[in-house]
Design a protein. Sequence first.
Length: 277
Amino acid sequence: MTPQKDKAFAFKALHDLPGMFVLPNPWDVGSARILAGLGFKALASTSAGFAASTGVADYNITRDLKLAHLRQLCAATPLPLTADLENGFGHSPETCAETIRLGAEAGLVGGSIEDFTGDAANPQYETAAAADRVRATVEAANALPFPFLVTARAENFFTGVPDLSDVIARLQAYQEAGAHVLFAPGLKTMADIKSALGAVDRPVNVLMGPRSSFVPMAELEALGVKRVSMGSALSNTAYGALVSAGEELLGPGTLGFLKGAATGKDLSDMMARGSDS
């Protein structure tokens, strides 16, 4: 088994070295090992993808269930794993800090904390309160005996408050609070991404790319993006293939969907390459 400390330093190096890296999001042990076997350098969990795999909607997973899932993912491959820790599973900074410590105990070397409250009437914490939550998570992370990178997320574009100036103000506040990586999922254009990059001096994570029109990874790298995550896109793609196959079986009753299927041997070989055993 690859020591957690080795994973932690490898993950930190990906952020310190020049260039950008893609951070795919597995939703179970099999998908994690496949992605590792394909040659990715690090992985990130997906809360929505994992929730779907249990048959529930996103934000309906308890912290204990999430941590059990993360232990499995951490042990599955030799790659560093950072996790979508939602809003820290609680409102208080102390709860967020505890979630970071528990995540580290599960094997994580990074984790993200959202400023989403879960309350439709007030979907985001006030910036100062959100920054206090980030500060507490960073203090907990920095107290660990290995690098643990905290990603602070500004959820404006996912909470119906798509104000770029507020996004940037939040990212700057989270940077001041000590966040190691910054993330504003859902930025609409390359200009939005460029504005966010120019306003901070920490590594910035982008979710796939501008929502208005996805672009090749090379264009994001040229802009200065440090890492690109996929969120639930890969799990949604897999489930989409399942839906299409089911509809074909129920409709014309044909097997055309098999043209895109991997063989059992190919899957086994990839998972063996990606295993940490």
